[in-house]
Design a protein around this ligand. Structure first.
Ligand code: MTE
Ligand code: MO
Length: 234
């Protein structure tokens, strides 16, 4: 638990709420609940397996961390609960790998067709979680149920929601990001303002910031259409 407030990273502002957010194309894409089963885990040099209830065997961790979207909004002090990615890797993935496995990258896939890649080394940081709870409640569909990645040191676009598959790769060569090329930095570290590729973080701040309100409104409208009962009294 954090006792002293950290200053926001460069170019970020405190939004004061935690909206459903993403690339506009994903506003109306939702996971089909029938798909909400096991997560496929597979890749180079490993025996594929399904992640059913095996996470429950790992120790649950609670974590307060800040969330930084690349478009410059941040929401600080979110209370997540789930399992450390490093625990998942060491206890559940490694036993299924051949001895000489040489994993360098991990691709995470969402049930809405979203995907993202990170170096394995970044995912092994102790604040990277596979989370199924937020603010003391089961993760809502808007925020990535049934399970999402939370990687606080990286921009939000790396924290894939609605996980359905996790792929371990020796090389990132074949990976194709969603969205446009400039939007997908291979690491996207918030502290070094790695917002995108080919354009500096400072330039991208000014390109992205005017879009924040519009994207939040578009995602909120799509949520109200998809979940009419939850939004009926709003
Ligand atoms: N499956 C999936 N994961 C996703 C996205 C998405 O559209 N689909 N959007 C990403 C982006 S750009 C951000 S900022 C965060 C937003 O998380 P939130 O909707 O819980 O605020 O999710 C990330 N993970
Ligand atoms: Mo984002």
């Amino acid at each position: 638990m954090r006792s002293v407030a950290r200053p926001l990273p460069p170019g970020q502002f405190e939004l004061g709420s935690f909206p459903r957010f993403g690339l506009l194309a994903y506003a109306k894409r939702w996971p089909r609940l029938t798909q909400a089963g096991a997560i496929r885990v597979y890749g180079d040099g490993m025996q594929p397996f399904l992640l059913n209830n095996s996470l429950a065997a790992l120790s649950r961790v609670e974590q307060r961390s800040d969330f930084h979207c690349v478009t410059t909004w941040s929401q600080t002090n979110l209370a997540w609960s789930g399992w450390r990615f490093s625990d998942f890797y060491q206890k559940l993935v490694l036993p299924n790998c051949v001895a000489e496995a040489n994993t360098k990258f991990v691709v995470m896939y969402g049930m809405d067709g979203y995907r993202s890649i990170l170096p394995l080394a970044d995912l092994l940081a102790c604040d990277v979680l596979l989370a199924d709870r937020l603010q003391g409640e089961p993760l809502a569909i808007e925020h990535g149920a049934p399970l999402r990645l939370v990687a606080p040191a990286h921009y939000g676009y790396k924290s894939v929601k609605h996980l359905c598959a996790i792929e371990f790769l020796d090389s990132a060569e074949a990976f194709r990001p969603v969205g446009m090329r400039f939007m997908a930095h291979p690491r996207a570290r918030v502290q070094s303002e790695e917002r995108g590729v080919g354009l500096s973080g400072r330039v991208l701040r000014w390109l992205y910031r005017p879009l924040v309100g519009l994207v939040i409104a578009r995602f909120a409208r799509a949520s109200a259409q998809h979940l009419p009962h939850q939004y009926a009294d709003d």
